[in-house]
Design a protein around this ligand. Structure first.
Ligand code: ZN
Length: 601
């Protein structure tokens, strides 16, 4: 078969020095810009809204043509410009790769992992052109293979060799793992799915395969209820098993997951313990993103500009709705019982209620400011920031239940997702406009939710959770933390220097008394405070309204304050199926949790 002509942009990457964590990259550009070709390292990676300045790990960059060396000038923190030259321009540089996360690059003698945004320079003005990537094995190490969904261009399946991408954006959307990984496979609607696990583990691959297959099939049916194929030729779960660490990043036909190895299922494991549920929810979340955010996208992020921040107020739809469905789909496909699902949903409600930031920042504002707030948490974040993941999931819940109630169960948020998919996902297009969501909900369901969405997404009032849950036969109870023991309103952390205030919650007892983040608690009413448990034991013997004397260190200065204990705010949510709910409510509940969910619903 004749090979297509060679693209004008060609990358080659070698894990040249695993002990020094260095990849070497060579980039060849045919017919460079005669004015002086510019190249640029991305500042961020799509899916993770923080400027990470990947250029800071680029080392020893040089340029040359067949005629000899070419001068390079640094134009800004992430841009280089070559002197005008003719013929093929070749840049060679090294990248330091020692970030064990799903967002960057990591290399040692056990494995290598990279996202293109961490290792491959963009060729300015030619980001839309196709390219090839030759991936070479590490010198002196045998037995490694390659796991990626980059289309092969000569490389064998799971092998080193040449791959290709239609443009830089596509290149950036296929992470690459290399090493000795365990593999398993399954199919969904005829589409091959693979799992590749790096890191030491004892996972029961048969169990994992069976469960992921069930989950992925349910998600594919959600978007294509008539049995259409998922929107990719193949899908790959890249899993890095570690002792502790957690993260996932979505891509168009793969996901990179980092998880504690004890979250993976082991041989003979019964049921779905919380740890494994956590892993399944992570996999569920990232797989859902293959439709929602990788293909259905906010218009404001199309095309992505990787040089600087891009702003949208809609991450609560893209991350929040994905968070809503990640756990819900586990119940709907029968992997977890409805009681377990309600426990997880109760935890999400508690998470939102524990943060006073929900009364200060809306999820739309949180989306817009993700770059400087949600992704850069500090000691005041609980007071100032709301999670567009957690509260976004609760907005999705309110919206879903509202639609079900208004239409007697004939329509739901699923219909909204399917219309989003047909309108913005199936074909690459402009994406969802900032003001496009409420009209779309109306079109999909005939329910006008515009005023409600305005309040829930742009406002900072409490979400009305109890009523819609009652309408589907589920009761919501809210209690204070620690069995209602009086509270200082502090978030505490065990540090080597002692029990330390991580956050003094807004307008609660500790802050009012003058305690601040960083203070080390020493004693309560003259008795030494050793740890969080000890403090709770002391507080449980007092009452709201009591005044206590707290001794603490700020820096090296001992001080003492009087704090008036408060009743803890009702933050702890418990959801229960109401067995006495009327038949109409039970029918709605069944529609919501799906026919396969069991355990009382
Ligand atoms: Zn996500």
């Amino acid at each position: 078969m004749p090979r297509p002509s060679r693209p004008a942009i060609r990358y080659r990457i070698v894990p040249i020095d695993p002990h020094a964590h260095l990849f070497e990259v060579a980039l060849e550009i045919d017919e460079p810009d005669p004015e002086g070709q510019r190249v640029r390292m991305p500042a961020w990676i799509p899916g993770s809204y923080l400027v990470r300045d990947f250029a800071r790990h680029v080392i020893a960059i040089t340029a040359r043509t067949g005629a000899g060396p070419v001068a390079l000038t640094k134009r800004d923190k992430q841009t280089w410009q070559a002197a005008p030259c003719q013929g093929t321009l070749q840049l060679v540089y090294r990248v330091y790769a020692w970030d064990l996360s799903v967002r960057a690059a990591h290399l040692d003698a056990s494995h290598g992992f990279f996202n293109a945004t961490s290792v491959f320079l963009q060729v300015a003005g030619r980001e839309a052109l196709p390219c090839t990537v030759r991936i070479d094995p590490p010198p002196g190490i045998a037995g490694w293979r390659v796991a990626t969904t980059l289309p092969r261009d000569g490389a064998r399946a799971w092998g080193f060799g040449t791959y290709r991408a239609g443009n830089y954006e596509e290149l950036a959307d296929h992470p690459v793992e290399m090493g000795r990984f365990a593999r398993a496979s399954f199919t969904v609607a005829g589409v091959p799915h693979d799992i590749a696990i790096t890191g030491r583990h004892d996972a029961d691959l048969a169990r994992l395969t069976q469960d992921l297959q069930r989950l992925c099939a349910a998600q594919a049916r959600l978007f294509e209820p008539r049995g259409g194929k998922p929107p990719f030729e193949r899908y790959l779960f890249l899993v890095m098993a570690v002792d502790e660490g957690y993260g996932g990043l979505e891509h168009r036909s793969s996901t990179a997951l980092l998880c504690p190895r004890h979250e993976l299922p082991h041989a003979g494991m019964k049921g779905v313990p919380d740890s494994y549920r956590g892993f399944l929810a992570l996999a569920s979340h990232e797989y859902f993103h293959a439709w929602h955010v990788r293909r259905i996208r906010p218009a404001a992020l199309v095309p992505p500009d990787l040089a600087r921040e891009q702003y949208t107020r809609l991450l609560w739809i893209f991350e929040g709705f994905t968070s809503y469905y990640d756990e819900l789909m586990l119940a709907r496909c029968g992997l977890v019982e409805s009681t377990e699902y309600l426990k997880a949903l109760g935890q999400t409600i508690s998470q939102v209620l524990r943060g006073p930031g929900r009364l200060t920042q809306s999820v739309a504002e949180s989306s817009f400011d993700a770059w400087i707030k949600y992704y850069r948490p500090d000691e005041n974040s609980p007071n100032a920031v709301v999670s567009y993941y957690a509260k976004g999931a609760l907005v999705a819940l309110c919206l879903d239940l509202k639609i079900r109630q208004q239409t007697d169960g004939a329509r739901s948020l699923d219909d909204v997702m399917r219309l989003l998919w047909r309108r913005y996902g199936r074909q690459e297009g402009a994406g969802l406009a900032e003001d496009g969501f409420a009209p779309l909900v109306r079109e999909a369901t005939s329910v006008d939710v515009a005023p409600l969405l305005e309040a829930w997404a742009e406002g900072t009032g409490e979400l009305p959770l109890a009523d819609p849950l009652r309408a589907i036969g589920i009761s919501l109870e809210l209690d204070g933390a620690d069995d209602g023991a009086p509270s200082l309103g502090l978030r505490l952390a065990a540090r080597p220097e002692g029990l330390t205030v991580a956050t003094a919650l807004q307008d609660q007892a500790g802050m009012r008394a003058g305690l601040s983040a960083g203070d080390v608690l020493v004693a309560l009413d003259g008795l030494r405070v050793r740890d969080d448990k000890g403090l709770k034991t002391m507080l449980a013997r007092r009452r709201a309204g009591d005044t206590v004397q707290v001794h603490a260190f700020r820096r090296d200065e001992l001080f003492s304050v009087s704090a008036c204990l408060q009743k803890p705010p009702p933050t702890e949510a418990t959801l229960k199926v109401d067995e006495r709910a009327p038949p109409a409510a039970r029918l709605l509940r069944r529609g919501w949790l799906g026919p396969r969910a069991h355990g009382g619903a």
